[in-house]
Design a protein around this ligand. Sequence first.
Ligand code: SF4
Ligand code: SF4
Length: 128
Amino acid sequence: MKTKFAAFLPEIIRHLFKRPATVRYPFEKLQVPKDFRGTPVFDSAKCIGCMICVRDCPAEAIDIIRVEDVINPDAPDKPKKKFKMLLHNDRCIHCAQCVESCPTDTYIMNTDYEIAVFNRHRLKIEYK
Ligand code: SF4
Ligand code: SF4
């Protein structure tokens, strides 16, 4: 046992003067890397309701719902359709396929990573 401890001693002493390799989470937090994929965020002003994101989402985590038609003063006979999005974040696998697929750049991925909850139904997010 003594021999083993002696063999490790230089290593132990070296690490006494080294900075810790980890952070004291949750008291300290690291910056997330560039292009980190958090949770999709939907901008209803850009959505045209094409449903490509719904089709491409591998987790069936997206519902796009038509809510109303907004009259365009420049073309009153062609009202703009308005959509809201329901994200089932308990199903989302944060792959960012919706960001890739959307032809109007309606989605961005935020940098949230502390999204765990005890009740999965609280993970539903409605973007109006
Ligand atoms: S990030 Fe992936 S799993 Fe989540 S909603 Fe978008 S396409 Fe679906
Ligand atoms: S792909 Fe984009 S524009 Fe089409 S329904 Fe989804 S969010 Fe709306």
